[in-house]
Design a protein. Structure first.
Length: 247
């Protein structure tokens, strides 16, 4: 654990030197490799994950699917609480704690989102967002096998979030249950995005569309829905277009 912590700290320092780039012009030096991985992921989704997700939707009533989504969202609340605290968002952390307590009890272990009904709305926070909150740049855009889009910063964040996940503390024969829960969450999440397939299929360059959409969403989450306007460099006087001649 100590070695992992040191590795995370060093990686965060490396990424911190990478300034933020606009979502439509990210640092993507691995684009040729990323596109190959993207194609592989699309193939795996077409022939495996999407058919399973469609079958899941067909045999599972919508209320049950909604309950499953709430259950897995509730399992993410410890992550949300920890990262809200790391960002100094004490009020939000207290609300996430209230959500966890209320949904885990009155909400039947999270299957019913009672907290939202009483005004405690969900706020997703992760270690990748925490790094971004404190000014760590996103680094390179990455397309990971099976996991999908990411960045250097979000990959570090993914590893940093592992200790806040309940499945991290399962061991021995319980590993089977942890893997089963991970698989069920993956299928349920894919089922929730089936309606977006038609939008993706209409894109001329699906890779660019996914990259831009992912980076915009991550930026939106870091700034809690209020990202700053992108800054654009104006040409200097020498490179500017000449003024029209006076008549």
């Amino acid at each position: 654990m100590k070695l992992a912590g040191i590795s995370l700290a060093l990686a965060a320092l490396l990424v911190s030197g990478c300034a933020h780039r606009p979502a439509d012009d990210p640092a993507d030096p691995l684009e040729p490799v990323n596109r190959v991985v993207f194609k592989i992921n699309e193939t795996a989704d077409k022939y495996a994950l999407r058919p399973i997700a469609k079958g899941y939707v067909y045999v599972t009533p919508a209320p049950i699917r909604s309950g499953v989504s709430h259950f897995f969202d509730n399992l993410d609340e410890p992550r949300n609480i920890v990262n809200a605290l790391l960002q100094g968002k004490l009020l939000q952390a207290s609300k996430n704690l209230g959500r966890l307590a209320l949904n885990s009890t009155a909400g039947l272990v999270g299957f019913i989102d009672v907290a939202s009904e009483v005004g405690l709305e969900s706020h997703d926070e992760g270690f990748g967002q925490t790094l971004g909150y404190w000014g760590v740049g996103e680094g390179w855009y990455l397309m990971l096998p099976l996991l999908g889009p990411s960045t250097n910063r979000d990959l570090i964040g993914f590893v940093g979030d592992i200790p806040t996940k309940p499945a991290w503390y399962l061991g021995g024969s319980e590993d089977v249950y942890a893997l089963s829960a991970t698989g069920a969450n993956l299928i349920n999440t894919r089922a929730n995005y089936l309606s977006a397939d038609s939008i993706l299929e209409q894109q001329f360059d699906r890779y660019l569309f996914v990259r831009t959409a992912y980076l915009q969403r991550r930026q939106n989450l870091i700034y809690d829905g209020n990202p700053p306007l992108e800054e654009f460099e104006l040409p200097d006087d020498e490179s500017a277009s000449p003024a029209p001649a006076e008549k």
